[in-house]
Every structure is written in structure tokens, then in C-alpha cells.
Design a protein around this ligand. Sequence first.
Ligand SMILES: [Zn+2]
Length: 250
Amino acid sequence: MSTRIWQELFLCKDEDELLTIAKENNTCKKRTEQRDYGLCYTYICSEYRKYPLCEFQLKAKQSSDGTYKLYSTASHDHQQRNPTTRLPSPIRESIIRMSDNGLVTSQINRVMKALHPGLSIDTKVMNVSRVHRQKDRSSIKFIQDLQQWRSSRQNVPQPNKQQDIFIPYYVANYVNDLFIRLTTRQLLSACKYSSVLAIDYTYKITTNELPLLVFGTSDCNRRFYPMGICLISTDESADTFRTLFRGIQQ
Ligand SMILES: [Zn+2]
């Protein structure tokens, strides 16, 4: 391993400023270490998957007064892009067209093999048509996939499986009648911090752009503790809250 040369970059007055600077430098956190002087964070290029040769890194060392000394090494190198395994767009489009016309994966595969004998695309055909199906909110196959996924996560995990996901509340009749609560034992244990429940939604996370409800609690230091998420079909408040509370009481 080569030794990196670190240069002093900046003195951040608190964690918020550190976060801003890490973001401005197009990095994301890779590692948190507990050192004898305090915490040490390492940040790497946010686009390291796309540009695997990029060696840019930041290191933040916490001081006892809560400030962070920030160091940097190398610079962003985005010359060489990682080769993509994604199918070329015209091929993706013809797969989507065939899928829309009701062809199943094996039929599409046969057509694609005839048209592009040199291309190995078996699993990719499935992925393309699957992602495309999920974008269509009326897709019933997606709900069936979901039900299967849920059936193995119905029960509360053993006490030694704190981070295993389980689904204490599940209604999924069709895409516009959906309420799925996901949580873990560890997340639920946050209820010891406060009896206040905080709820918010986000919309751009799932392929279907269904609302994702995040609920949790906070302590007297205004720190937020997530307790779980719910995938829901509508964010009309009254009904959603009723269902959420019913789910939590259980
Ligand atoms: Zn980079």
C-alpha cells in the first residue's frame, strides 16, 4: 500500500461545518474510528464507483473542544470512467416495448438472442423488464413479489437479532391501498428516549415514487432516533396516522 501525503485543509468549528465541507468537496463518509484524541472520519470521492481511480480523500480529526481538523490527500481524478455493464439504450427500449406488448422474459430472451447473437443478456432482460414493470403503478406482479418478501419477515426476530428487519404491520391489496411498516428491534428500542412521536414523508426514494413515511422520536438534546419506516400509498394524514398508531400499539 502506498503512503498517502495529507495536507492540512481547514479547521471546522463543528460537525455541521464539517458536513458542509465534505459535501462541497464531493465526498461521502467511508469510515469512523475512535482514536485516543477523539473521533476520526475518513471521506472518499462520492463518485468512486464511477471513477475507481479517483484517490481524493478527506480526513477529519476531532479535537477535545469539538472542532475538527480537516486534511486532504490527492485530488479528484475523473479521467477514466468505470466500464458500465448496462445494456445500450436502443436494446433496453426494445426490451421495454416487448414487455409492454405482453411478452414474458423467456420470449424476450429468444427474440434478443436472434437479433443480437453476440450479446449475453439473459439476466439483464429480466432486470430491465422488472424495473420497467415496477415503474408502472398498476403492476400486480410487483405486489406478489412483495407479499413473498414479507412472508419471511412477519415475526418479531429473536432478541439476539437486533438488526433483522421485520414487518409488524402489512396491508398491500394493490398499489393504491398499501401500508407496510418496517422496523428492527434495535430501532424500536429508541422509544425509551421519549414518548413523543415525530413523523415525516419523503417521495423520491422508491422506484414507484410512493411516499415513504419515517417515524421516530427525539431526546432532550434534539437528537432524532428513527424507529422505522412505512411504505404507503397515500400521505393523506388522518387515515395514515390512524393506521400508524394502530400498528405501533400492537
Ligand atoms: Zn473523485
